[in-house]
Design a binder for this molecule. Structure first.
Ligand SMILES: [Zn+2]
Length: 491
């Protein structure tokens, strides 16, 4: 598609090189469609459909980055030269020159995300009809508000650089969520939600939403759970074992493992916006992040996830990177730029090569370190039932309702949608307003059970925010049921 432009882009890259650029790349979105729908009480209240087309050019010259983007290819010369000029201007106030770690040239790599039915081939009327059928399952007297949301994207992105790389990604993403809200016995609102989850080895086109077990069949469950929560006693203030289902375990992993291990954040680049990290460069290879049972990977090679994308915006192929092994911190989310800076600052080689985490939200933004699929590896402690049986005094929690995280990710407080108390190895009933909080490291070090692969779910994150100007990114978390001991709950 539009390959007629590729020689023109190559020619512009060669001109930048001839004008003194150390490196340059261009991302060309020649097909970029997105659609979002929002339903309240079964009625369509929001519908947005966007088409984009354009390029983002990044230039490294005199040790500094320059960037320019355009939604037209009419003035390629102007766009590429603007990026070069901005690099030369930035170089005047540079503290230390940027250097990129070496990597192999990307040789004609083609990546396509697994999809059977392109959501953009389905008429809007059919989508509305589908969501109305889901809404019908949510209608009960005690359900005061019913929300349904849908987002999809289909993009084709070409990547070229001055080192001779070429790759193209064809990516389809689909997200959907349902939320029911009711009033509890004290007149306060309670809610249950369900978001479309993925089979990591399946596909994620329109067919995924059509499969009842992936979306529709969860409507009845969340309505029933909401009904139980409305009249349930309030979660006690206590110190207990906390058993997290994937519907909250993904956020626990996202906020205080994923974000804490972004190398740009560790180097201080996000301080003015999204915050820093308690992790220091000297911690790699030595810090006990969690118990022996804690194993974490940044796995961008999962076949079917928005956190898998073939190669990143540095042109580095996706990888499966071990972040934490048996509780000990091993690595971070990295790019060509940050590993060089981190190794120089540490005075030693911490990172051998980029882990391919550099991604931009679209062609109008320069890439920064983003999560891929930050997964907790399954353990040997069996099913949820097995974990409950071995728990003397605990609480199971599910559904993220609100969260508050320390600016360096050193502590957190999560409120969940539903809790089930556990006493002497058995579930003793539902509670409302369950919350838990802890300093980060003591929490992960208290990890005492990790469920097997059958407890794992691949939870999609459609709205991870970072960067200035802001960039919203899509990714995934494949996480099992996990238990943590001696945790403060109910505050
Ligand atoms: Zn995030």
């Amino acid at each position: 598609m539009n390959s007629v432009y590729l020689p023109l882009l190559r020619d512009q890259l060669a001109r930048l090189k001839a004008a003194g650029a150390e490196y340059a790349d261009v991302r060309f979105h020649d097909y970029d469609e997105s659609e979002s729908l929002f339903f309240l009480q079964g009625e369509l209240r929001g519908c947005e459909q966007n088409s984009k087309f354009g390029i983002g050019v990044r230039v490294l010259a005199d040790g500094a980055w320059g960037f320019a983007s355009a939604s037209s290819l009419n003035d390629l010369d102007g766009t590429f030269q603007r990026a070069l000029r901005s690099a030369k201007e930035a170089a005047k106030c540079l503290e230390r020159p940027i250097r990129l770690a070496p990597r192999d040239v990307l040789c004609n790599v083609r990546f396509k995300s697994p999809c059977k039915v392109d959501p953009f081939d389905i008429p809007l009327s059919e989508k509305i009809e589908f969501f109305k059928s889901v809404d019908a399952k949510l209608q009960k007297d005690f359900v005061k508000q019913r929300f349904l949301s849908y987002e999809s994207e289909h993009r084709q992105i070409h990547f070229l650089d001055t080192e001779g790389s070429y790759g193209v990604r064809d990516i389809v993403d689909i997200f959907a969520g349902m939320r029911v809200v009711g009033l509890d016995v004290d007149g306060l609102s309670q809610e249950r939600t369900y978001n479309l989850t993925l089979d990591p080895r399946g596909t994620r086109g329109w067919e995924l939403l059509q499969d009842p077990k992936c979306f529709l069949n969860h409507a009845e469950r969340i309505v029933n759970e909401l009904e139980s929560v409305l009249s349930a006693p309030v979660c006690p203030k206590d110190v207990r074992s906390v058993i997290l289902k994937p519907g909250i375990m993904f956020l626990q992993t996202h906020e205080v493992v994923g974000h804490a291990l972004e190398l740009d954040r560790i180097l201080g680049y996000e301080l003015s916006f999204a915050g820093g990290s308690f992790v220091r460069l000297e911690d790699f290879g030595t810090l006990r992040y969690g118990s022996d049972k804690m194993n974490v990977a940044a796995d961008a090679t999962l076949p079917n996830s928005p956190g898998s994308f073939g190669f990143d915006d540095d042109g580095v192929p996706c990888q499966n990177v071990t972040l934490i092994k048996n509780g000990i911190l091993q690595s971070a989310l990295t790019s060509r730029q940050t590993i060089t800076e981190a190794n120089e600052k540490a005075g030693m080689i911490i990172f051998e090569k980029s882990g391919a985490s550099n991604r931009a939200t679209d062609f109008t933004r320069a890439p920064i370190e983003r999560m891929t699929n930050i997964n907790i590896l399954p353990g040997t402690d069996g099913t949820l039932e097995d974990i409950v049986k071995s728990t003397k005094k605990g609480i199971i929690m599910d559904g993220d309702r609100s969260w508050s995280i320390g600016s360096n990710r050193e502590q957190f407080h999560f409120a969940c949608e539903i809790g089930w108390l556990v006493e002497d190895g058995a579930i003793k009933g539902i509670v409302r307003n369950p919350t838990y909080s802890s300093p980060t490291l003591p929490f992960w070090r208290s990890m005492s059970a990790v469920g097997n692969a059958s407890t794992c779910e691949l939870v999609q994150v459609a709205n991870c925010g970072k960067g200035l100007p802001s960039q919203v990114m899509r990714l995934g978390h494949l996480v099992p049921v996990c238990r943590f001991d001696n945790v403060q709950i109910g505050l």
